[in-house]
Design a protein around this ligand. Structure first.
Ligand code: BEZ
Ligand code: FE
Length: 300
């Protein structure tokens, strides 16, 4: 009597076949990109597990950590993005999706403190409603990559105060919409506003991501910076920061966001004429930061 044909999978699940068997299970997924992403994830994940050979306790600890990250998330807190930030994945995805020509303003992470509805402010406005920090003027020109100034461009800015806190971190202490503004460039593509020099600050300290940094001896700080989103008709928007030259942590940003082209000095200006043009008194601190946008070739 011939034995009945063996039923079951084509091969047993073992260390050799694991990724292949799991990836075969996506065969009926109709979306090709989903299949590519899932197969790549499984291949790399299985290779990682085989290379590092975690114990059951280590596997449980990793899942506990991811559970804690998920449970820390709510409508206003996104601990998974913070995890992506400190692992350098946010900056890597940003780099892949923002390949720009030489001379264009480089991009960096958005961060968790942006508000979709920035308050529209007039050029020259003082955005430091609490006046915590050294007063300064921030000014620049929005240009296209060929050097042409861009009138009517939008410049969305937000920053921490001189103590290193955003308004949303200190409700009831800082005025609402402190240190935020949406500006429109003038006929010569210029923007300017008054503010305070921000301080370096740590990423949110009350969650599992900060605990991971503590457990591994990593500091949690970001160097002092001002966030910008620059946008104009016919151009790709850029999400970026200016980083203050001389700030601590420029060489070890907890989220790997610093690019050398974005490091900008705070200069002391003694010229009374320039001071008057900005509505301040000499001497004053000036941070100059131009935004150079790339034309959007995909727009018709
Ligand atoms: C920020 O600059 O606002 C930021 C970016 C990434 C993580 C935490 C804060
Ligand atoms: Fe920030």
């Amino acid at each position: 009597m011939t034995p009945a044909a063996a039923s079951g999978p084509v091969a047993d699940f073992d260390e050799e076949t694991s990724a292949e068997l799991v990836n075969a299970s996506w065969a009926d997924a109709t979306d090709e990109r989903s299949r590519e992403l899932l197969s790549g994830l499984v291949s790399h994940l299985h290779a990682f597990v085989k290379e590092t050979e975690p114990t059951h306790e280590e596997w449980e600890r990793a899942l506990r950590f991811l559970t804690d990250v998920g449970q820390k998330c709510d409508d206003t807190r996104q601990e998974f993005i913070l995890l992506s930030d400190v692992l350098g994945v946010s900056m890597l995805v940003d780099a892949i999706n923002n390949r720009k020509p030489q001379g264009a303003t480089e991009s960096t992470v958005l961060g968790p403190f942006h508000l979709v509805d920035s308050p529209a402010r007039t050029l020259g406005a003082d955005i430091a409603l609490d006046h915590v920090g050294e007063p300064c003027v921030v000014a620049g020109t929005v240009r296209s990559i060929d050097g042409t100034p861009v009138p009517g461009a939008l410049v969305d800015v937000w920053q921490a105060n001189g103590d290193g806190f955003y308004d949303v971190q200190q409700p009831g202490v800082q005025p609402e919409l402190n240190l935020r503004g949406l500006f429109t460039t003038d006929d010569e593509g210029r923007y300017w506003f008054r503010s305070v020099v921000p301080r370096h600050y740590p990423i949110p300290q009350d969650g599992p991501v900060a605990a991971l940094l503590r457990a591994t001896g990593r500091h949690p700080y970001r160097p002092a910076h001002i966030h910008f989103i620059g946008g104009a008709r016919g151009h790709q928007p850029v999400t970026t920061h200016l980083f203050l030259d001389g700030s601590p942590y420029l060489d070890s940003d907890a989220v790997f966001g610093v690019k050398r082209s974005l490091v900008t000095p705070v200069r002391e200006v003694r010229d009374a004429g320039r001071a008057a043009a900005f509505g301040v008194e000499a001497p004053f601190r000036l941070i100059e930061f131009d935004l150079v946008l790339t034309p959007d070739t995909s727009a018709s």
